[in-house]
Design a protein around this ligand. Sequence first.
Ligand SMILES: C[S@@+](CC[C@H](N)C(=O)[O-])C[C@H]1O[C@@H](n2cnc3c(N)ncnc32)[C@H](O)[C@@H]1O
Length: 188
Amino acid sequence: MAIISACASTGRYTPPSGGEGRLCKYTGQSVRALPIRIITVGKKRSAGVQLLVEEYTNKLKNYCSLHDFHIRSNPRNARDEKAQVDDEDKAVMNLIRSDDWVVMLDERGRNIGSEQMAELIGDAGNTGASRLSFCIGGPYGHGQQIRKRANVSIRLSSMVLNHQIALLVLVEQLYRSWTILKGQNYHH
Ligand SMILES: C[S@@+](CC[C@H](N)C(=O)[O-])C[C@H]1O[C@@H](n2cnc3c(N)ncnc32)[C@H](O)[C@@H]1O
């Protein structure tokens, strides 16, 4: 299989277009299952969201290793948007390794469908990266460092979502992606 980019930290990735019901090119093939880390910034999760997130993260563990990492927003910065974003940016960057392949979730990101999300996971496995990191920003969004570092920025909806809802949609889509890759009967 072709190596898409030998350098996980600098290769910008253009996801496949989702036009005309294009199907994931890896379905039924063996793909390298990179460990996934999800980094979420924001206030403490509600118990209801946590329960549902765990439901999907537990299912996902049948396909790849997964680490759900939560960075709590610092309330001391609540009145200073820039200080808050900079602080969160630093905390996120501290968790990113040079050989991570980084997907930033952003309301202004690329629009992709579920089949293309599955393909993105397959493509990431061919980059030479050793981990796939998904980043969900805090109340004011992402800082400059992670924006620069991200290999790709994707949107989950044209609406703005709370960070907890973005996380929930992400974990369901990751689970869906793996069932697409394996050709299992979940995605219709
Ligand atoms: C409350 S939102 C921040 C909204 C803020 N206006 C911004 O510029 O990002 C918190 C995080 O949820 C995620 N998020 C919210 N809506 C999203 C969407 N439609 N697609 C992808 N991620 C989204 C992003 O990671 C965002 O940084």
